[in-house]
Design a protein around this ligand. Sequence first.
Ligand code: GTP
Length: 307
Amino acid sequence: MSEETWSDRVFGGFRKTSERLSENLSGIVSKTRLDDDQLDHLEDALILSDLGPRAAARIRARLANERFERGADEQAIREAVAAEIAAILRPVAKPIDIVAFPRPQVILVIGVNGSGKTTTIAKLAHLFQEQDYSVMLAAGDTFRAAAIDQLGIWAERVGVPIVFGDEGGDPASVVFDAVQAATEEGTDALIVDTAGRLQNRRELMDELAKIRRVLGRLNPEAPHDVVLVLDATNGQNALQQIEIFKEVAGVTGLIMTKLDGTARGGVLVAAAEQYGLPIHAIGVGERMEDLRPFDPDLVARVIAGVV
Ligand SMILES: Nc1nc2c(ncn2[C@@H]2O[C@H](COP(=O)(O)OP(=O)(O)OP(=O)(O)O)[C@@H](O)[C@H]2O)c(=O)[nH]1
């Protein structure tokens, strides 16, 4: 069997969303304009496909004004939906640019336990390496020994240095050591793992504030990025996490993982429409190569079932 391509994987991740949409679009045929019933039906289908009420309303409004010169059949509607989804995704599809001067660019990675944070850090390191940037990791999640070990294993696998401290140690001191080391080495990107203890917001806030203070002393521009990792299988929960982490951690961008298998990929569109935060990359599997910046037009076509 031939190796699955990146596009195949993206198709897999959005299959559920696009199938649900398809079921609801099938049979719609109209003259040059859609009537209110058809628009209602379409809007419901979009909401059921996890695109969220705001994106659904926006697409409905756009389709209400659309004149389908050759008649509004299923294909024409799909194409119009794809165009509108692409318009929502295009402004947020922004890879992380390594531009910090002086180096390193400090990228804090946050997210709840199990969201795929550790794996995403490894994949991001691999992606930067592919672009010829040097990378260092910092094990700032000192809360659990397993988290430090896991990141260490990935660092070795990817082939990047890692700075870590003891379990229960001060994350800010690990980050301090890491920035110093990365500065000395002239490393391009320093990716910092952090604990994702959302159950105790105060603690998390204090911890991140301390990391920021320490970073600020070494480089007032750092952290340059605060990236929230979201698990796409969580559907609407992922949106709540954006809401909370935006407030607690000053999120500057998102990475959505696990957009394969049972994912509810429509939530990507809901996040884009509701928050307008950059979506740096999507993860579609557990391998190192399975994280990439995404093509908004391809994802829009996949969701709308235009192939
Ligand atoms: N299918 C799939 N699984 C993924 C993806 N990314 C991560 N995982 C899996 O999700 C699980 C959790 O990933 P971790 O990277 O350990 O997540 P974490 O957020 O660091 O979790 P803790 O270490 O428990 O805090 C692991 O079994 C990963 O292999 C993905 O894109 N697709």
